[in-house]
Design a protein around this ligand. Structure first.
Ligand code: MN
Length: 237
């Protein structure tokens, strides 16, 4: 079973180069694999499945013509991706976290934002934004109004991020070991932090490995899995 894991593409209507890189990646890397996993922040912003932007239509077209199965997990920027988009794209929406088996190894897939528990302000905002009440209210508004609200939230979070200490923006190591111990998994794959790397983790039952995927704005690193053989690979476009 051949799989590819990507995240944090942050596709944006203003960044046609990224959309091009993504479609090129699909034709170069994803034609002979079984499964493609997109682990969140696929889009820079998601206003709702009813947003018929040229970018969204192009992505639907590209994903639906892939020969492999496609799985999508929410990120903190595109958590409003819904069933309508996934159906159109021929993709399956995954909950976060999501357990899978790689070869004979249990692994856990996450976006990664829920591991950044030291950022208390963000964790609070996350709970609010993910609530049904917020989402229903947001999605009931006109597209133009949704855009304004989303940009306000984004402007606020960018300003706040710049002022926060570097280590707060990374995962909490204790949260990583807690999650991996609870799930009894020695492999964790996530994105979000934009710090692509392979980390060793000490778990109750032995050594574990945490694979962090890269974002497509700075260092495009994706995970390639052939059975239980895993490799973090740099993609140059
Ligand atoms: Mn993220």
């Amino acid at each position: 079973m051949k799989r590819i894991f990507i995240s944090d593409l942050h596709l944006d209507g203003y960044r046609k180069d990224l959309t091009r890189a993504f479609t090129q990646f699909l034709s170069e890397q994803c034609q002979t694999i079984n499964e493609l996993y997109i682990l969140g922040d696929f889009f820079e912003l998601w206003l709702g499945d009813d947003d018929q932007s040229p970018l969204n239509n192009e992505v639907i077209e590209a994903l639906s013509s892939l020969p492999c199965d496609v799985f999508i997990m929410h990120g903190n920027r595109d958590f409003l991706i819904g069933k309508a988009f996934c159906n159109a794209a021929g993709a399956k929406l995954l909950p976060d976290p999501y357990p899978i088996i790689l070869g004979d190894q249990p692994a856990l897939l996450m976006h990664g934002d829920s591991l950044c528990t030291r950022d208390e302000e963000y964790m609070k905002a996350r709970t609010l934004l993910r609530s049904d009440a917020f989402q229903q209210d947001f999605l009931s508004k006109q597209m133009q109004e949704r855009k304004i609200i989303a940009e306000q939230i984004r402007g606020k979070s960018q300003k706040v991020s710049r002022e926060k200490a570097e280590d707060i923006m990374d995962v909490t190591p204790e949260e990583v070991t807690k999650v991996m111990n609870q799930a009894k998994t020695s492999i964790l794959v996530h994105g979000h932090t934009h710090r692509p790397a392979v980390h060793e983790v000490d778990l109750h039952f032995g050594p574990g490995t945490r694979y962090v995927l890269g974002d497509w704005h700075t260092s495009t690193q994706f995970l390639r899995a052939d059975g239980s053989d895993l490799e973090l690979v740099k993609y140059v476009f």
